[in-house]
Design a protein around this ligand. Structure first.
Ligand code: ATP
Ligand code: MG
Length: 444
């Protein structure tokens, strides 16, 4: 892809309406365009990043045995009346009438719909557990949409639902998602801390929010610093191992402000380990037993011949919010340098030739390298404009493409000037460069 033919509407300066750095950068490099309050179009750069995040989220769901489905965005009000949430949900729900005057709504979440799907087919404990998920647009008519795609009205979410025969099995499912969330965020190069959380309108009795630290975050958090040293390394998808993992995290006090208890915090956490700061919620998991299965009558036959309501949990990840959250975590706004994690970068490599008038040789060289890299599936863009090299480098530092090949004076003979954003350039052969990039492509 040549940048001259790409749809990357870069702005000269930061847009004044953006208050936080992720919103600034996304508008500045043309990742999104607002279409109305809290509703955005995703332009090529932004869309590519979001789709790469989505794929990582998907792979980690599949690894724990969750099955992907796709439910519609528009739902009928009937099932929401069955669960009793149609009236409770309030003004955040966008309610619509069709031509027959039927009450419909744009789904803010899917507990009812997925339970309806489940109950129509699964009748026996033998088919449990069922872990179903989808990745779909949601609409919540937020009182104060702000910060671009961080708190908007239409957003892209992965939501999963678990159905189990009893509490023990249901907690096993809960812990599988707990692990898969730690792994997902790690692949996105984020440190997301699970925090005991309130259950809010979803309801239930056990819940964790996954929060990444950021000054601009909307969640106030109180933690024991030592939680940041933990990892999911070595945990298997097996009951005891998963329970151990959750206990390991739960030994350290870490809550959002709804759950904050000053006395407990000061008793459990020594002064030097206390951290009170702000963060962004990127995921949220809930266990709520038969809260929905009971009113919606989702029951299965048990081994002994009796019937019981299934025990459910739900598990969300803000896929679109993650695009902004990664920027908040990685963007150095002072020097205007962004470096996307290789796994989700809009392009993995930029080739920046110095182009002189009447001399196409550097552009030809760039195109040759581009074609060669295509064979290795390396996602590359060429800057074929006639800007000088330093402004091309600056532009790609801002876009956040993590690696650059600079074809100028220093790329003579067999070696090329190769640069990782934020680091000193090196002179390497094309084979050495390919080796480095291929290694990064191997999933961890
Ligand atoms: P918040 O507390 O930020 O309003 P929530 O608790 O209402 O979020 P959940 O129902 O837990 O949200 O949704 C799962 C995930 O979807 C959240 O963890 C968040 O990452 C994302 N999300 C929720 N609301 C929005 C929104 N308005 N815009 C973008 N992403 C959102
Ligand atoms: Mg939440």
């Amino acid at each position: 892809m040549y940048i001259s033919k790409s749809f990357i509407p870069i702005l000269k300066n930061n847009p004044s309406e953006a208050k936080i750095k992720s919103h600034q950068l996304m508008l500045r490099v043309g990742m999104i365009k607002q279409s109305s309050t809290g509703i955005y179009s995703w332009l090529p750069l932004g869309f590519k990043v979001m789709k790469k995040i989505e794929q990582i989220v998907r792979e980690e769901q599949n690894k724990i045995g969750a099955q992907e489905i796709l439910m519609p965005t528009i739902q009928s009000s009937e099932i929401w009346k069955e669960s009793g949430r149609y009236d409770d949900y309030g003004d955040e729900m966008l309610r619509i009438k069709d031509r027959q005057d039927r009450e419909m709504l744009y789904g803010p979440t899917n507990e009812e719909l997925v339970t309806d799907i489940f109950r129509s087919s699964i009748k026996s404990y033998k088919s449990l557990p069922q872990l179903l998920y989808h990745i779909q647009w949601k609409f919540r008519d937020e009182v104060r949409p702000r910060f671009g795609i961080m708190r908007c009205r239409e957003f892209y979410m992965k939501d999963a639902y678990s159905f189990d025969v009893n509490d023990t099995e249901a907690l096993f499912s809960y812990n599988k998602f707990f692990l898969s969330y730690l792994k997902t965020f790690k692949r996105l190069e984020l440190t997301a801390i699970p925090m005991a959380a309130d259950t809010g309108p979803i309801g239930g009795n056990l819940s964790h929010e996954f929060i990444i630290l950021a000054e601009t975050g909307e969640s106030k958090i109180f933690t024991d610093k030592r939680i940041f040293d933990l990892s999911s390394e070595g945990s298997d998808i097996e009951k005891n191992s998963l329970e151990k993992l959750r206990k390991k995290y739960e030994q350290f006090y870490s809550v959002t402000d709804e759950k904050f208890n000053k006395e407990k915090f000061e008793k459990e956490v020594t002064k030097e380990n206390r951290l009170i700061t702000k963060g962004i919620e990127v995921g949220h998991i809930f266990y709520f037993g038969d809260k929905y299965s009971k009113p919606l009558n989702a029951a299965v036959d048990l081994a002994g011949g009796k019937k019981d309501f299934v025990k459910m949990g739900s598990y969300g990840i803000g896929v679109s919010r993650l695009v902004g959250a990664i920027i908040e975590a990685k963007y150095n706004e002072k020097d205007e340098i962004m470096k996307w994690p290789f796994s989700v970068a809009p392009y993995e490599l930029a080739i920046l030739p110095m182009i002189n008038k009447n001399d196409n040789s550097t552009l030809e060289k760039a195109t040759k390298i581009f074609k060669h890299l295509e064979k290795y599936d390396i996602d590359t863009i060429i800057d074929d404009t006639d800007e000088n090299l330093s402004s091309k480098i600056k532009k790609f530092n801002l876009i956040g493409v993590p690696y650059q090949i600079i074809i100028g004076k220093k790329s003579e003979g067999d070696t090329l000037e190769f640069k990782e954003v934020g680091k000193e350039p090196k002179n390497l052969t094309i084979d050495q460069i390919i080796k480095i990039l291929i290694k990064l492509k191997i999933k961890n």
